[in-house]
Design a protein around this ligand. Structure first.
Ligand SMILES: *Cc1c(COP(=O)(O)O)cnc(C)c1O
Length: 380
């Protein structure tokens, strides 16, 4: 965490998170709940701060990865339901019960222990049973669903809070029919899992950001947006029409450490993979792969200086990179540099960084957020 901390900072705009939450909510019928997905330290934005922002904006519950993240939310005073998307590992049942966390369940192992501990503490643990409707990841295969649902119904101290699945193809053009079949598989599972009439019925949920934007028929009782809350669309450009206005919340700021001129024919950075073709003004910046800025984007990346884009030259180093400022004569040492986010009229989004790197915005946000000191703007 936090390479070159004194020079670089990630700024997180909490009002943008809240505006995104409202933009997502505007796509839902009244009564449909929202699980704000805050796993992976809220996609690099900071778990506690992001969860608080979403809670104040009206989030009903929160999706985290690990028990550790769930405990952190409770310590921060968060009261809503906290769902453990990765389930419970052996030995974690006591913490789950003590912290009133709600695990996703996809395997009978560990359920008896969870039940015993819940009963001993006279509590009830809500579990979300996960069906693998085609993802090929966490989840029970359809043929085992009834048996696992029956086991949950039998075990004291446990109640079925949700029946869920996950779309593998919600962002894929042309896959709507297969998505519909997967949703129908979950609905069919619901029919066989329903508890007796005197027990509250479980929430049916399957939609991530892509599905909730594209498929209103897949909203169920609850939707689970992640990336859209952080200001990015998971969908390719052809679906822009279904995406509400979203505001990227994370930006990466640094400043120019040195400005210099190099003569023609001078190599820049390790391996001299770039050699100047004429006199070149260079800004040396203290941002590199140890700050989450991928070395793999060397040769494609740009940075904002005085509101304009400047290309980075040569290989990105561990804690440094070099921008060509030959066409920006006013840039001087101490100037702010923006690697991700807005500066003046300029904007570089995580989508664009991701395209340079052959990845998705999610990965860029996680790594830049995790590897820098974070500073928060006010809540709305
Ligand atoms: C991460 C995750 C989500 C959120 O997905 P986005 O594409 O970021 O909206 C939803 N559901 C589950 C189970 C997840 O793991």
């Amino acid at each position: 965490m936090r390479g070159a901390a004194s020079y670089n900072s990630v700024q997180v705009d909490l009002k943008a998170l809240q505006a995104n939450f409202k933009a997502v909510r505007s796509r839902l019928l009244p009564g449909i709940r929202i699980m704000a997905v805050v796993k992976a330290d809220a996609y690099g934005h900071g778990l506690e701060a992001a969860a608080e922002a979403f809670a104040r904006a009206g989030a009903d519950c929160f999706g985290v990865g690990t028990v550790e993240e769930g405990v952190r939310l409770r310590r921060a005073g968060l009261a809503g339901e906290v769902v453990l998307l990765l389930g419970v590992a052996p030995g974690e049942a006591a913490e789950v019960v003590e912290n009133r966390l709600s695990p996703v369940v996809f395997d009978p192992a560990g359920l008896a222990e969870l039940s015993r501990l819940a009963e001993r503490r006279a509590g009830m643990v809500g579990v979300h049973l996960k069906l693998d409707a085609g993802m090929g990841r966490f989840g029970v295969v359809p043929t085992d669903l009834t048996r696992l649902a029956a086991l949950i119904a039998r075990l004291p101290g446990l109640h079925l809070a949700g029946l869920m699945s996950h779309f593998p193809l919600a962002d894929v053009p042309g896959a709507e029919e297969r998505c519909r079949e997967q949703w129908q598989l979950l609905q069919a599972g619901y029919a066989v899992c329903l508890p007796p009439a005197d027990v509250p019925r479980p929430l049916l949920h399957m939609a991530n950001s892509a599905a909730l934007l594209r498929f209103p028929w897949a909203h169920g009782d609850l939707v689970r947006p992640g990336i859209s809350l952080y200001g990015y669309s998971p969908l390719p450009a052809e679906f822009a029409g279904v995406v509400p206005p979203l505001q990227p919340a994370m930006s990466l700021h640094s400043r120019v450490l040195q400005v210099k001129e190099l003569p023609a024919g001078h190599g820049v950075s390790y391996g001299h993979r770039y050699v100047t073709s004429g006199r070149t003004r260079l800004a040396v910046l203290p941002v590199g792969y140890a700050d989450g800025y991928p070395r793999g984007i060397s040769g494609r990346a740009e940075v904002l200086l005085r509101g304009h884009r400047a290309p980075l030259l040569g290989t990105i180093c561990m804690n440094a990179c070099m921008a060509d400022i030959s066409s920006l004569p006013l840039v001087q040492a101490g100037d702010e540099a923006v690697f991700l986010g807005r500066q003046g009229e300029g904007f570089i989004g995580a989508d664009e960084l991701a395209a340079w790197h052959g990845t998705i915005s999610y990965e860029i946000l996680c790594r830049i957020g995790a590897m820098n000191q974070r500073v928060y703007g006010p809540l709305s």
